[in-house]
Design a protein around this ligand. Structure first.
Ligand SMILES: [Fe+2]
Length: 179
């Protein structure tokens, strides 16, 4: 049984900043319900990592397959205890390169729930929506604060010693500095 739901998030910032936030695994500790991320493998635009999530009283250490589809999409497939879950985030930038730049992000979740858990489907969707909305709201605060302080610049993410997934692919698409 496949459960699907969509969350549309908004943030007053650029597409580059939204994507950088997705690729910056170091900021995950700022989320109350996420911790202990460990990257197991990484190529130019795909990676595998483990991440601990807290949902209510439960802790799950999940394996994530993470893919950047430049310039504006992130695919996250999770081997979760509830079954395989796929989350596709697609960013649409509005009024690019103006002071009013902002983004709409479609976050589409698909959970392939085992038959035994079907009666819990509606409850699980409510719980996952609540957890996702909380993370998205925390990210919106980070993104809008960055936009106020740094404008659209993402060059700090590209400094030596700063960890960012798929750093060179991100640089190709979003850096405004000459190589
Ligand atoms: Fe975040």
């Amino acid at each position: 049984m496949k459960l699907r739901f969509l969350i549309v998030k908004h943030a007053a910032t650029s597409c580059a900043n939204v994507i950088a936030n997705y690729l910056d695994l170091e900021h995950l500790d700022m989320h109350d319900n996420l911790a202990s991320c460990e990257v197991l493998s990484e190529s130019e635009r795909a990676a595998c990592f483990t991440l601990t999530s807290r949902v209510g009283p439960f802790r799950f250490r999940n394996v994530h397959y993470y893919e950047f589809r430049p310039p504006n999409q992130i695919v996250n497939v999770v081997k979760s205890p509830l079954g395989p879950m796929k989350v596709v985030s697609t960013v649409r930038e509005i009024d690019a390169d103006t002071p009013g730049v902002r983004c709409e992000v479609d976050v589409e979740t698909e959970l392939d729930l085992p038959a035994a858990l079907r009666p819990l489907g509606a409850l699980l969707v409510r719980l996952l929506r609540r957890v996702n909305r909380r993370v998205l709201e925390e990210d919106r605060e980070i993104l809008e604060r960055r936009q106020r302080l740094l404008g659209g610049s993402i060059e700090d993410y590209l400094r030596d010693g700063q960890f960012l997934l798929f750093k060179e692919t991100f640089r190709e698409h979003f850096s405004r500095r000459a190589p």
